[in-house]
Structures are given as structure tokens and as C-alpha cells.
Design a protein around this ligand. Sequence first.
Ligand code: DGL
Length: 279
Amino acid sequence: MTSDIQNNQHRPIGIFDSGIGGLTVAKAVKAALPKEDILYFGDTARVPYGVKSEETVRAYALEITQFLMDKGVKMILIACNTVSASAKNDIIRKAGSIPVLDVISAGAQAISESGLGSTPTVGVIGTIATVQSKAYEEALIQQLGSVKVIQQACPLLVPLAEEGWIEHEVARLTVKEYIQAFDHCHLDALILGCTHYPLFTGLITDVLPSKKTSIIDSAESIAASAKQYLEEHGGFNTQGGLFNCFVSDRPKRFQELAERFLGQPLTKIDIVRDLENRF
Ligand code: DGL
């Protein structure tokens, strides 16, 4: 008997985020699965999510899920850590038979597979909403049983990345200030628990007190989980490779930033204006 995903293997993979940051996930998915079509949605009209309430983030996320379902995606990847923290279960319920993967579960799984030994100390950096939700802590406890989790919210890193100040002195000082929270913690691993943070990997590595701390990039982790899922369920596309973007506002600005994030030109960006009317 064939599964839903086998029947729908030529359909696109839907990836969504509060804005531009989820392109770090799209880039990792493109690298891991080059023959898949990708449909990316960035909620540029309502970004940032990381400072909003759980109820608001959940409502937005369900509207986007409906949009992706209307577009006929075969799988949904929640690229946004804040959405994964606030609305994962609601999205899974809404998506029904469409598989849903999220960056938090993928990051926790990557930690459990990285052989850190018993009761590792894991640092998590993320938005205020992600840190307050403790979703990473719960996912890590579920995967590892015993783990010490130390969290730090880094709210200024999202606007710095959006501004393109990735290697700017201000970014270096900001990263240093936040990472100081881990100065006496002997971290075995640090999870980059926000879409934008992989852009600061170089700076973070420079200021981390120990060079032995493994850096876990949730974008890489979810791309690996998606590949594993498609392998296990026979859902690979072997003929695709398209990359279509949809945004809720300012497509030109998205294009400028997206090309910087992806390091390649983007041609097709459509605007979606009626998200709220989809229920
Ligand atoms: N995409 C968000 C996340 O990964 C960061 C940007 C925002 O606050 O919306 O948590």
C-alpha cells in the first residue's frame, strides 16, 4: 500500500517563517534535497513573532498552515523557532495527514544523536518567546532524559541580521554580551534556536569560552530530518528543484535581503494579501 507522501511526491515542500530568517532553513533543505520543489512563505507583514504573545503567534501560524495546504504541499517544515515553540501541536492537528516537522524537535534530535554523554550541559539561544516557552528544554528532556539546559534570549540579533550587520562591530559586541551568560557553564553544545542566528555562527564561535562546545544549527538539523522522513516514507521528488517565495508584504525588500541570505538571485516572489480570510 502506498502512503500519502508517496502519492504526492511531486508536490512541493512548504517551509514557513515569520519573515526572511527561515531562508536559512530553505537553503539547508535545498542543499540536502536539490530535486525537491520548495514553496517558502515569509510573513513579512507581521514579523517579528519573537516578541508577540503565544495566542497571536498561534493564530498567524494557523493561517499560514491553511495557505500552504491550499497550495497542495506534501510536507510542512516550521522554520520559525518561535512558531515551533508556540503552535507546533495546533499545526500538526490542522495539517491532518500532511507531515509536519519543526526546528525545535529537529535540534533536540540532533543533540541526542551527537553523543554528548550522560547529563550534558546544553545552551539555547533564541527569541524572548522561545526562551520563555521552555520548548527546547522540554524537547531535550524528552530526547535525553537527563540534561542541564541554560537559556539566553538574544532579541537584538534579529534586527541586526535584518540590517545585514552580520560582521559589524556592533554585532560582535552584542554577541559577546549575550554569550557571556555561558561564561562559567562548560557547555557541551549550544543550540542556535532562532532562524537568524546561524548568520552569526562565526562571531558566536569566536566568543564562546570553550572551543569544544558543539554548535547545533537548527536549519541543518531540520533539513536532515526532512531528508530522513522522505527516505523512510518513499516521498522523494527526483524531477523538481523550483524555489517559489510568497510574502505578506514588501516583496522588493524581501528580495534584497533574501538574496543576501541565500547568496543567489531570486526571481519569483508573490505577495499574499488575504491570509486572514482563509478559514
Ligand atoms: N523566526 C523567528 C525565530 O526563529 C525569529 C524572528 C522573529 O522574531 O519573528 O524564532
